[in-house]
Design a protein around this ligand. Sequence first.
Ligand code: SF4
Length: 453
Amino acid sequence: MPRPALADMISRYKNQKIEGVTEITVKFITLGCKTNIYESEAMAELFRRSGHEVVSGGGPADVCVINTCTVTGTGAGKSRQAIRRAKRQNPGAVIAVTGCFAQTEPEAVRGIGADIIIGNDGRSRIVELAEAALAGARSDLVDDIMKAREYEELPAAVAQSRVRANLKIEDGCSNFCAYCVIPYARGPVRSRPLGNITAEAETLAGAGYREVVLTGIHIGSYGKDLKSGMSMIDVIEALDNINGIERVRLGSIEPPIITDEFVDRASKLKNLCPHFHMSLQSGCGGTLRRMKRRYTPDEYYRAVGMLRDRIPDVSITTDLMVGFPGETDGEFEESYGFCEKVGFMRMHVFKYSVRKGTEAERLPNHVGERIKEERSRRMIALAERMRADFYKKYDGAVLPILLEKRQNGVYHGTTPNYMDAYVKAAAGLEGKTAEIVFSASGESEIINIGGRS
Ligand code: SF4
């Protein structure tokens, strides 16, 4: 039987169907990473294609989809809160919960209460399940993600801005780093067929996007599940010739992918951005070993050197974790010194947080909050200094940027190596490229509009 609160909605829904007028309204609440943003937009596109309306803002909707995250304890906590808030603020709406928190903690989601629970597989069925839920049929689709073998095709890519779109190329990770819950949430590596990736890039180019960001859970593993011997560099090469796409930017990668062959092929491409987000996590060999990362600091440094030798103006950005179990003061100092030696353009600093069921949960000598806080503060200060040093090298240089978003008469744009630039210019230039005299600390100056970025 439908819940009483749904009765009105169901009759409205049925009447609307019969009259063929407005369909249901759907709202998305998305937590977590770029892949989640991509997938929410893809599900929104499925609703639109079925004639339903996707709404934004704080207003009510008939269906509320919460796409959850569990990468950290904070992500999981925020996901719980988001489900509760959505239920409170949308009384009578169908509540659909999907994503990593739903996949790893379905019991918790069931406890809070949801009409639809989908993990990280089966999202292509979201519209039919939402329509059924409006008629009172609940669904619980969480299955063993470790059995997933096929990439689940969803229909659309997403705009980060009106000029840059995420383009998903794979799902899953088979690395099982000691602290990470993602392999349990996302399952093994499933690579997207190359033809579907290039077709989506063409669609994006046709829609006016100039830059694509290759997104996934572990994009460096692209091809590992395929028998063709393909790898990520084949994808990047295929995207180099899509008419209208001027920039291809990589999501997060790791050092093992930076081989002579990779750098050789990458250095010949005209569209690949000279910006590599290469996840470090720690600059101390002992910590990396306990983390079960698959490289040493020396290997990392060698990879950075290869990129810097062969790719002009390259910038290296990273993720860095402090307070992993057993991280002593000495290990932290080693990590700090290594980061300083590399000289990152940007560094995203995290404090370790326990994820249930991971190997790191069972490791001895967990680090106290106060120490984690202090280490994080020092690393963030270092990150800021390294960023300023990198920017200073380009002060006064003539650089190309892609004009992205205009606010109060000032555009934000990015250089190919992902430095932020701000320029004053007339409205209507989003998506255009411009040559600027770069200012490391203030407003840059446009000297030419048009041309390639
Ligand atoms: S590579 Fe490691 S940190 Fe990254 S998703 Fe896989 S298991 Fe998690």
